[in-house]
Ligand binder design. Structure first.
Ligand SMILES: *Cc1c(COP(=O)(O)O)cnc(C)c1O
Length: 384
């Protein structure tokens, strides 16, 4: 594509209702936000536990700013690996029941950095078709043979594994699928992995902090407690309300990533104050069960009420509750209607989701009240 043809391509996007633009947030992330000068009740963040603006976490971060300053000033392997980073890694290892954890600056980098360090020429990466873009990119740049199986289709996965000739095989899956909200069939995936001697990598961006009794995520939920079975990627920017990500697994896995993962080696460490914030956030996540319990109540309430008004839901038990609308235009109209009535729900369109499955992606937070959910339901009822 030349620069000149961008104009035509951009126009195509407008014509297809696929054009995207950013809006300016003028308040902290929360369920009540100020966006583009207007106040909204929002169902559009990944701040599942309502921690993004928690005063205790902010305080911990300010404290760290005073002691450790602002910038980390270097990569982890040079002089950027502070005491706080180290402490957070130890805590994350303990929380996930793994031997070690390794911080990355973002989840995107953790996925690409880990998959491309674990697999290369002559290996096989097998991914669920609905995996997050960063997992797909990790598989693609790894140079391994790259295959995708139909969403959560274990027969399809087995067919691929049984035909493979590669010795090193890595099965890669989202824990909670980010646009559908359903959960990967981890026990079945682990069973197939064992049968075909493959490793498993699970991206728990939306489950970590939310699933499991103590917020240990999808592996706690399914009692998957062995070091690299599976390898875990978790993010700190969603339920944690902070920023960053990590990989958790065995001693050898983490040492290998430290030597070999380009997205780890060749980048500046996150500011130590963010590590301090995540330490505080983890303490809260472990202690305050009522956040997860309240969230579960809201999800159950929402699903019951939505069925009453005749809208169909996806089989999701997580805070991600999409309503499939179909065409891009209709999804935008529905989203606009809600917005005109003070409620923010984003329309998700291709290429983020397959054509014909444009949707309202509703996400819940422990900071929502039942009344907030009722407000949303009442408006949705007018759209049916
Ligand atoms: C958000 C997300 C990521 C990326 O994490 P960041 O820390 O935002 O870069 C990776 N995987 C999934 C499934 C996600 O939803």
């Amino acid at each position: 594509m030349t620069m000149k043809s961008f104009e035509q391509q951009l126009q195509n996007k407008r014509d297809n209702n696929q054009y995207r633009h950013r809006e300016v947030l003028q308040s902290p992330q929360s369920v009540r936000i100020r966006l583009n000068g207007k106040q909204y009740l929002s169902f559009s963040s990944n701040d599942y536990l309502g921690l993004a603006n928690d005063p205790r976490i902010i305080e911990a971060s300010i404290d760290a700013l005073r002691h450790y300053g602002l910038g980390s000033g270097a990569a982890h392997l040079i002089t950027g690996h502070s005491y706080l980073h180290h402490q957070l890694e130890d805590m994350l290892a303990q929380h996930t029941g793994r031997s070690r954890a390794l911080l990355y600056s973002t989840g995107y980098m953790a996925n690409v950095g880990a998959i491309s360090a674990l697999c290369g020429k002559g290996d096989l990466v097998v991914e669920d078709k609905l995996n997050h873009a960063s997992l797909i990119d990790g598989g693609l740049i790894s140079d391994a043979k790259f295959k995708r199986y139909k969403h959560s289709d274990m027969e399809n996965l087995e067919a691929i594994l049984s035909k493979s000739v590669e010795t090193n095989k890595l099965i890669v899956t989202d824990g909670v699928f980010s646009m559908d909200g359903d959960i990967a069939a981890m026990p079945l995936i682990m069973k197939l992995a064992k049968k075909y001697q493959a490793d498993v990598f699970v991206d728990d961006a939306h489950g970590f902090g939310v699933l499991g009794n103590r917020g240990g995520g999808i592996c706690e939920q399914f009692s998957l407690i062995k070091d690299d079975e599976p390898i875990i990627m978790g993010t700190l920017g969603k339920a944690f309300g902070v920023f960053g990500a990590f990989i958790a697994g065995s001693e050898n896995l983490i040492e290998w990533l430290i030597q070999q993962s380009r997205m780890y080696v060749f980048t500046t460490a996150m500011p130590p104050s963010l590590a301090a914030a995540s330490i505080k956030s983890l303490e809260i996540i472990q202690k305050e069960n009522y956040r997860r319990e309240h969230l579960t109540d809201l999800i159950t309430f929402f699903r019951n009420e939505v069925k009453k008004i005749g809208l169909s839901l996806m089989p999701s038990l997580t805070p991600i509750q999409p309503i499939i609308v179909g065409e891009e235009k209709k999804a935008l109209e529905w989203s606009d209607y809600l917005r005109d009535h003070g409620v923010l729900v984003k329309a998700i369109r291709p290429p983020t989701v397959p054509i014909g499955t444009s949707r309202l992606r509703i996400t819940f937070s422990a900071a929502h009240s039942k009344e907030d959910v009722s407000t949303l339901i009442k408006l949705l009822a007018k759209l049916v």
